[in-house]
Design a protein around this ligand. Structure first.
Ligand code: MG
Length: 160
């Protein structure tokens, strides 16, 4: 059960301040896209997301996107304007894409935080890697999301 519990929980991604990221003792974040930085059906990053990422990068924190979305077109278009590296069809919670991200970032796992809106992909994957895990409330809505949240809810509390 520990593997499914995030280290930190936020209501949404915008609540995470650059100084918070620093206080976790990490130098990089690996961030999910769908539901975390935008709704799944939004092709371009919302202005608020662009501003948020800009502030994070300005503070010297490295950023990479890791998306399970199979569409290269969706992920590349979304990340192009943000100016961040990305991996699409990442297969989280499996380790492969996290290892690639780690290689690209050139950092040890304890210097990387995983941020995402899903327990069984983002949080589980990050915990398996020994990375800091940060759960954020999802931007997505609808029946599928509600069903998912029903199963996730027991784990949406920070580790003590
Ligand atoms: Mg997501």
């Amino acid at each position: 059960m520990k593997m499914l519990t995030p280290d930190i929980v936020y209501g949404n991604v915008y609540d995470i301040r650059p100084e918070d990221v620093r206080s976790w003792g990490v130098d990089a974040i690996v961030v999910d896209i769908d539901g975390t930085l935008a709704r799944k059906n939004q092709p371009d990053p919302p202005e608020k997301t662009t501003a948020w990422l800009h502030a994070i990068k300005e503070s010297g924190i490295s950023v990479m996107a890791l998306s399970n979305n199979r569409s290269f077109k969706r992920v590349s278009r979304f990340c192009r304007d943000l100016g961040i590296e990305y991996i699409h069809f990442a297969g989280k919670p499996f380790k492969k894409a996290f290892l690639t991200a780690q290689k690209i970032l050139g950092m040890s796992c304890d210097k990387i935080a995983v941020i995402g809106d899903q327990i069984f992909t983002d949080v589980l994957g990050g915990n398996r890697m020994g990375m800091k895990t940060v759960f954020v409330g999802t931007m997505d809505k609808g029946l599928i999301v509600n069903i998912r949240l029903f199963f996730e809810r027991p784990f949406i509390k920070p580790k003590n």
